[in-house]
Design a protein around this ligand. Sequence first.
Ligand code: Q46
Ligand code: ZN
Ligand code: ZN
Length: 318
Amino acid sequence: MKCRKCSQKAVLNMRQHKLALCREHYLEWFPQQAQRFIEKYRMFGPQDRVLVAVSGGKDSLALWDVLSRLGYQAEGLYIGLGIDGGLQYSSTSHRMAAHFADSRGLPLHTVDVQGLEGATIPVAASLTHRGRSKPCSVCGLSKRHIMNKAALDGGFDVLATGHNLDDEAAVLFGNTLNWSVGYLARQGPVLEAGDGLVRKVKPFCRLYERETAAYTLLRGIEYIYDECPYATGATSIYHKELLNQMEAERPGAKLSFYLSFLRAKEAGFFAAAQDREAILLHACSSCGQPTSAPGQCAYCRTWSQVRERVDLALTPSQ
Ligand code: Q46
Ligand code: ZN
Ligand code: ZN
C-alpha cells in the first residue's frame, strides 16, 4: 500500500476515509484533522487557555501533544485516583504524564484525591453504597467535579478531554439503547459553559482510536498501556466490540453513526430535553457547582459520607 500523497510506503490505511499515508504525511494529516474539528465546532482559539485532562494514556497525551504542536496554550491536569494494587495503575499513569510534561517543558497540574478528600477512590467507593462492586461511579463523579473546579479556579477558558470516536460512538450506542434522552442532549463535541460549569470540548471526537494510537506510536510518545483494572467487563467495552464488528464489515459505520446523531441534534431532536436539563440545575449548597439533586451535589454528599465513615473507623472504641 502506497501513500496517497508521495507514493512512499504507507504506514496506515484508513479504509473509512479511503486514505493511506506514509509516516511523514500521517504526522501532518492527524493534527490538521484535529485543527479542522476545533474550528468547525468553534472549540477554542489561540488566545484561549486550554486545560487538558491527562490520564497518562495514549489519547490524552496525543491530544496534549497535538494542541502544543498547533500552538495552543495547553496545560495539563492529572488526577491521582489512588488506584494501585498489583498493576500500580495510578503511579505508572502519573509517571507517564509527568515524564511527558517534563520532556516538553509543559506545565502539569496535579490533584491527588486522597490529599484532597482523605481517601483514595477505591476506599471511598468501598465506604459508600455507590461503589460496593466497582468504584467507577464514585470515580466518574469525582473526576468531573475536580476537573471542572481545577479549570474554573485556574482561570482556564476551556477543558479538553481526549475522547476519540470509538469512545463517543460507544457512549452514544449505550445512551441510544436506553433512550437516555438527558445524556443524549448533553453529548457532543462541545458542552457549553453554564453557571459554575466550564466549557468542555473533545477535539478528537471524530478521530478513530486506531488513528490516535498510530499517532502516539509514530510520535514516540510513552504512555500507560494498561487500562484501569476496574475497566474490565465494563458495558462500554462490550459496546465498543459490537461497533468494531460493524466497522469491520462496513468501514465508516462508527463515524456515520456519530455524525448522523450530531445532525439530528442540530435539527433539534433533543431540544426539549436540553431545556429540561437546564431548568433542573441549581447551585450545590456546599460547593456551588451546578447539580440537579436537591441540596448538595452528588460529589459533596458522597465525600461527606466517606469522611464520616473514615472518622468513625479511626475513632477508638470505648
Ligand atoms: S471510572 Fe472506573 Fe475509569 Fe475510574 S475506576 Fe477506573 S475504570 S478510571 S475511565
Ligand atoms: Zn507520503
Ligand atoms: Zn457540591
